[in-house]
Design a protein around this ligand. Structure first.
Ligand SMILES: [Zn+2]
Length: 267
């Protein structure tokens, strides 16, 4: 086994959504109780040899239509970290929801890494149901099908190592083919949960998020995330505003825009 590379990992916060109640964040949450905001992220994992972008965020037009507030264009956030979207070779799409796959067109040289089950789900029988399809944008799913025909989608079935120190893990639950990303860093193995855990509270208090395909797999997924990470605090949820509080900006100019996830949480 080659020694795993150590990656720097960045979370870039590109949008936010407030005014939520608890029933929007938890199955059986109280609709009269205030709920956490959701932040929206794309992630960057970089070693001396490889650069991976994890998810591409929502498209500004789609975000506006859905009432989300964009703070910075995801590609601009990447540029501030020295990454030109046009040159990126590997983009991991954790799942095909609008807030994770919009903007894929800004990565003309990338291979998109996707689970077989996610494409099957997003193009299959369940998409006839509004409860299951509402976080997908048909045009984006169709766009990704076009990328399949161009040979630019690399499908994975389950768990796979993409590079020494970086692997994909099918979790399912939130969607049928959701995958998390496990990354080796100087503080150990960090897991980008994406929407296997929207908020720390979903994971820590075992409270499922209400946008869900298979609750059983979502619940199993929390245990899988713990197995994959070196410590529970190395699991990074997909939408929690606390991520920006627990980790530090890579430099003062990026305060509020990006944080480094390969440094210990806490100030
Ligand atoms: Zn999401």
């Amino acid at each position: 086994m080659p020694k795993p590379d150590s990656y720097q990992i960045f979370a870039i916060k590109y949008a936010t959504l407030g005014g939520r109640n608890a029933s929007e964040n938890f199955v059986e949450g109280d609709p009269h109780e205030r709920g956490s905001n959701l932040d929206y992220f794309v992630w960057l994992a970089r070693s001396p040899r490889r650069t991976f972008v994890v998810d591409t965020g929502f498209d500004a037009r789609v975000g506006r239509r859905r009432g989300r507030r964009m703070l910075i264009r995801p590609e601009r956030g990447l540029a501030l970290l020295g990454v030109d979207a046009r040159k990126v070779k590997d983009v991991i799409i954790t799942h095909l929801h609008y807030d994770h796959v919009g903007n894929f067109g800004l990565f003309p040289n990338a291979t998109f890494h996707l689970q077989d089950d996610e494409m099957a789900y997003a193009t299959g029988r369940h998409m006839g149901n509004a409860f299951l399809n509402h976080a997908y944008e048909p045009d984006e799913v169709v766009g990704m099908v076009r990328e399949v025909y161009r040979g630019r989608v690399r499908f994975h079935d389950g768990d796979v190592e993409l590079a020494p120190g970086l692997s994909l893990h099918k979790i399912g639950g939130h969607t049928q083919g959701l995958q998390a990303v496990r990354i080796h860093t100087r503080i150990g193995w960090v897991v980008l949960a994406s929407d296997a855990a929207h908020l720390y509270e979903n994971l820590e208090h075992a409270r499922p998020f209400p946008i869900v395909f298979d609750v059983g797999r979502m619940v199993d997924g929390w245990r899988r995330l713990r197995e994959l990470a070196d410590a529970p605090e190395r699991i990074v949820p997909g939408h929690d505003p606390l991520v920006m509080k627990r980790y530090r900006a890579p430099r003062p100019a990026l305060e509020g825009i990006a944080v480094r996830l390969d440094r210990k949480p806490g100030r």
